[in-house]
Structures are given as C-alpha cells and as structure tokens.
Design a protein around this ligand. Structure first.
Ligand SMILES: N[C@@H](CCC(=O)N[C@@H](CS)C(=O)NCC(=O)O)C(=O)O
Length: 227
C-alpha cells in the first residue's frame, strides 16, 4: 500500500523533490523532521508538464499539496500543510502554531523580493530595493530583540518558522543577486548571521535547491535580469 501521506512538491532539475520552490522546501523539511519515512511519499511535480493525476488533486495547479489517504483529506498551502503534519505528529514539536512577534517580523520578506523581481518600470527599482531591505531589517530587529531565545528564530531548535524563512532568504540571496545585483546589507548583522547558521543547518542542506533551479523558478514566470 502507498504511504499514508502523499506530498506533491516542485521537482528539481535532477528529478528530485528539492526544486526551487520555497513553499515546497518548507513542507519538505517539516515532513523530514517529523514524519516516519514509512508514512510519507514525495511526488516531484514538473511544473511545465503537470500530470493529470496532480491536477485532479489540486485543480489550481499549485504546489505543495498533501493528500492524507487515511482521511481522504487534501491540504493545500504550505502553512496549512505544516500545521496539519504537526497535528498528526506532535513530536518533535516544531511549534507550527507559534503566533508571536517572529511571524510579524518575517512575513514581508518574500513579498518584498517578489515585488522587486516583478517590477513594472525601471524607475521604481531603487524604491523596491529599499522596501526589501526594510523587510529584512524587520527580521534583523526581531533577531536583535529579547524575544529571540536562541540561534534560530525562536530558540536553539530549527522550528517550522525556520523551515519557512530560510528557503526564502536563499531566494533573496540567489535571485536578488542574479536579477538585480541586490545583496543583503552587511549592517543587518543579526540577519546575516541567522542566514548563515540557518542555511548551514543539516536539514536545510538536505533540501537546498541549486542556484540554477532558484533562478529558473523566476524566469519561468517572466522575470528578467535588470543588471
Ligand atoms: N501560498 C502558497 C503558495 C504556493 C506557490 O506559490 N507555489 C508555486 C510554486 S513555488 C506554484 O505552485 N505556482 C504555480 C505554477 O508555478 O504553475 C503556499 O504557501 O503553499
């Protein structure tokens, strides 16, 4: 019998489930950290050639998607999927239901990057870069605050919120540089260190996409180099 949880993630160029989608990366890591191997199966989806079986499961065509064969439930959206996994497998606790200041502080990073990459005219690029930096500064401010209790976002364990943020920071780093020559400002010292430690974490190294797959994930949507 197929494993209970069927999890659809974006494919990589190598054909694995570690493609350049930060939402898939979040679910991929949470699954690996919590779910026994016998209970899940990753299904890598080629986004340029979505199989009918996948579109039947999620007609919107977005990844990630989780299908629980035991309950017949289909869950879309990375945040909902990771909460669902946490409800089924409470241990180890990844604090998927955490709703404190780190959520607010980290929530605008990916949107800031997307707005820059999808700029409408060249005149607005400096402002869009400043906006992205302002979002990153919110994370830096939080990391420098007393609310943070360890080397990762919440404490000394790589939690669900780290599974959310680290892949997004990798996109800022790789896509920001490639398309706009944008670099995370070095004065954001706490963020720079968090990014280094987070990307070095074993669980992220297990799923880290190639730079080419990150770039490809944006060019697929028409993003072009502005440098
Ligand atoms: N809010 C969703 C966003 C998921 C999303 O945007 N996925 C992208 C890939 S990274 C997608 O499937 N896009 C449709 C496509 O590329 O055809 C989540 O958190 O899961």
């Amino acid at each position: 019998m197929a494993p209970r949880l069927q999890i659809y993630l974006k494919v990589s160029s190598a054909g694995t489930s570690e493609g350049g989608c930060p939402f898939s990366g979040r679910v991929n890591m949470v699954t690996r950290l919590k779910v026994p191997e016998s209970d899940y199966e990753f299904k890598p989806i080629d986004m340029d050639n979505k199989p009918p079986e996948f579109l039947k499961v999620n007609p919107s065509g977005e990844v990630p998607v989780l299908v629980d064969q035991e309950t017949g439930l289909t869950v879309t959206d990375s945040g909902k999927i990771t909460q669902y996994i946490e409800s089924l497998y409470p241990n180890p606790p990844l604090k998927s239901n955490y709703d404190g200041p780190a959520v607010e502080a980290t929530g605008g990073v990916f949107g800031g990057l997307a707005k820059l990459l999808f700029f409408k005219n060249k005149d607005e690029i400096p402002q869009l870069k400043a906006n992205l930096t302002a979002e990153l500064k919110k994370v830096d401010d939080y990391l420098k605050s007393d609310a943070r209790k360890g080397k990762y976002l919440l404490d000394n364990e790589f939690r669900e919120l780290d599974c959310m943020l680290v892949p997004r920071l990798r996109h800022v780093e790789i896509a920001g540089k490639y398309f706009h020559n944008y670099e995370i400002p070095s004065e954001l010292t706490a963020l720079t260190e968090y990014n280094r430690v987070g990307q070095a974490a074993q669980i992220y190294q297990t799923i880290i996409p190639t730079d080419e797959d990150i770039v490809k994930s944006w060019t697929r949507h028409g993003v072009q180099r502005a440098v």
